[in-house]
Design a protein around this ligand. Sequence first.
Ligand code: COA
Length: 349
Amino acid sequence: MFKSKIAGIGKYLPANVVTNNDLLKYMETSDEWIQERTGIQERRYAHRTNETTTTMGVEAAKVAIERAGTTPQDIDFIIFATLSPDYYFPGCGVLLQRAMKMKEIGALDIRNQCSGFVYAMSVADQFIKTGMYKNILVVGAEKHSFGLDFSTRGRNVSVIFGDGAGAVVLQPTEKENQGILSTHLHSDGNSAEILAMYNPGTHANHWSEQKLASFDEAEIGQMFFSHAMIDDGQVFPNMDGPAVFKVAVEKFPAVIKEALEANQRTTADINLLIPHQANLRISQFVQKKLQLRDDQVYNNIMRYGNTTAASVPIALCEAWENGKVKDGDLVCLAAFGSGFTWGSVLLNW
Ligand code: COA
């Protein structure tokens, strides 16, 4: 059986830099509060009309494909992870396939929020290992700036998130000290609602029983949207930050240890840990718990905020571009987020 190697990696960050002080125009917050609680100094926001989640994914993919020594026509499968797709449906995978003039290959969208890229890598790894595909494009991209509540009501969420994209091309390898060693995926839906965007959805929670009963069949379409839903701000992400924090600092170290133990490695063997950039305080907590040195953990949330499915490939790409990842290095990717879902990927670069 083959292993999967990252043959090429790319990232794309929009040019528009938004500092914490820029957010003061819209909400009551402060640079001090944001830096102290999250570590974030600035983030990028996509161009309002010219950039979408797909176009940013395409830019990252172009770089990854070129660095892999391939062309868009060589790609035989696309996996696109995002929670902020261009359309409710169809997904970004087919939009990227069209934009890059690829063949009529399969395109799969993954909606696993912050752990989306790790899940996507795991799925891609299975296809490569079995020999089904030889050049899989895995993309994580988000345009959060279009779906956040920038009033004081939404400040606990909106200050955290940023836009961007990362992509890798996975190819088979038979080299001993190269490629993905294992992937580990988890979920616990018991707290699904504490980090969620409920609408638009088919749950109909925003209608009272009485109102629902009053709809005839012709009016049933209204169940999806309502004016009240928009007026009440129920169209924005909802997060119980402290509750998320508590679970994240437990699950992150556990899934990293799981990956190490599965491969008879220890934390001392890790050359670089790329944690999903949820919050600098979470990364620091994980580092402390695993007793990792500063040079074993890569963080860039200070500059880009939390880019959800894009954060792991952006950080990995930046670390590689800065010479922090070398051939044969043991690299651990780990993510935790909405669902809750979490996972890890252990690989030799
Ligand atoms: N600016 C200023 N004040 C803010 C604020 C902002 N952007 N957001 C919230 N506050 C206020 C709250 O209203 C609250 O005020 P109160 O005490 O008067 O009621 C106070 O700050 C504390 O709120 P709380 O939510 O308890 O803050 P916190 O210390 O837990 O920090 C998070 C909030 C979101 C930064 C933190 O909980 C966190 O990072 N959690 C993890 C979230 C995460 O990683 N999400 C992504 C998952 S992948």
